[in-house]
Write a protein that binds this ligand. Structure first.
Ligand code: GLU
Length: 381
């Protein structure tokens, strides 16, 4: 797995056509081989997340639905039956390696709305911390057109950026990007490296796809845009062989997309790029020193809370003189933040009645301005 060793956290997205066969249902041998690969990655110190499609495809085979386009309620019913079987299959395949898996079903809102995004992220990170492999899919049974991703390529890219993953691997029945859709174009050239997703690269994607999956090359390029912009590298590779991830590591043809920054700076860029803050937290000199040295902001260092913000909002952080020293995503609503301001983190549960985060703003969610770029904020502190 040498080629993949430098990517600490890896999201592997698996397309429906790889996991499910029209006639025979779940491809258990193939799944077992992916579980082998995941076990090897983990032994090498990588953290692995899986975004697995296949609920609808598996469900339609379980329910014996006819080979035609399904109505929305039919695919949702198929997803309901398929997801349960899919989760069981993953749990067994990973369980054979003594790996625990945890199922997460998300909808579009869970990754786009900040508060839900933070919740989903916290759950996924906790699973990883506890040594489990998160197995993620869209919650197809409830998501309808306007509120759904519809394809797991983009969903996987959002999962990768949300978890600060260094690499996203899209496994499907396509071995990579070609200069034109290869099915219609025998002269199409294979593209092994993509430095940046330019309009030219976008034009290379046709509307391909198989009857079992929704994502063709277009959604993969869309996923690439999401991933690379946030500093996540992406690989498009064929998963048709057994042990497909080992095959990539061993040099199997695949398309590699270069990230445009590293995950932390891209995330921080996102925070700095947010328009306006909804409130301010003022910090004491001790906290100021801690923030300057890259630490998180703990409630104990907060001397004042202003504004009417919600958990997950961007707030300004200022010193006691009212000079803005940074901004970040706050982990508490304004009223709760005010109640725990000045208190030790160990007292949070006792004061609020629930088990909140020990940081008011985690360092990953905090941008501290360079000392030359700090300005006094009107009306604050
Ligand atoms: N979420 C869908 C499923 O599990 C798959 C979407 C896709 O093919 O990208 O069936």
């Amino acid at each position: 797995m040498k080629r993949l060793a430098k990517y600490r956290r890896i999201v592997i997205k698996i397309g429906s056509a790889l996991l499910v066969d029209r006639q025979h249902g779940l491809k258990s041998d193939w799944l077992a081989s992916v579980a082998d690969d995941i076990a090897t990655l983990r032994t090498n110190g990588n953290e692995v997340l899986v975004v697995s499609s296949g609920a609808i495809a598996l469900g339609r085979s379980i329910l014996g639905l006819p080979p035609r386009a399904l109505k929305l309620e039919e695919s949702q019913a198929a997803a309901a039956c398929g997801q349960i079987a899919l989760a069981r299959a993953w749990s067994q395949a990973l369980g054979n390696h003594a790996i625990t898996s945890g199922q997460i079903l998300v909808t579009l809102g869970d990754t786009e709305e900040r508060r839900r995004y933070l919740n989903a992220r916290a759950t996924i990170n906790t699973l990883l911390k506890l040594g489990a492999v998160p197995v993620i899919n869209e919650n197809d049974t409830v998501a309808t057109t306007e509120i759904r991703y519809g394809d797991n390529d983009r969903l996987a890219a959002r999962v990768a950026t949300m978890t600060g993953s260094e690499l996203l691997i899209l496994l499907s029945d396509i071995d990579g990007l070609y200069s034109a859709p290869p099915a219609q174009n025998p002269d199409a050239r294979f593209i092994a490296h993509v430095e940046a997703i330019t309009p030219e690269i976008e034009a290379m994607a046709g509307a391909a796809g198989t009857e079992l999956s929704r994502g063709g090359m277009i959604t993969k390029i869309e996923a690439g845009k999401i991933a690379t912009a946030s500093g996540t590298a992406m690989i498009i590779a064929s998963g048709k062989k057994l042990n497909p991830v080992s095959a990539i590591a061993a040099g199997e043809a695949s398309t590699w997309f270069k990230p445009s920054g590293n995950p932390v700076t891209a995330r921080k860029r996102w925070i700095s790029g947010q328009l306006g803050e909804t409130g301010t937290v003022a910090v004491d000199d001790g906290a100021l020193k801690a923030l300057n040295s890259g630490k998180s902001l703990l409630p104990a260092g907060v001397v004042r809370v202003e504004g009417n913000f919600s958990r997950g909002d961007i707030v300004s952080v200022c010193d006691t003189s009212g000079t803005a020293i940074g901004r970040g995503i706050v982990a508490y609503d304004a009223s709760d933040a005010a109640r725990i301001a000045g208190c030790k983190s160990g007292r949070i549960t006792e004061i609020l009645g629930y088990d909140g985060r020990s940081e008011m703003i985690h360092r990953d969610d905090l941008v501290v301005f360079a000392s030359g770029a700090r300005e006094k904020v009107e009306g604050h502190a």
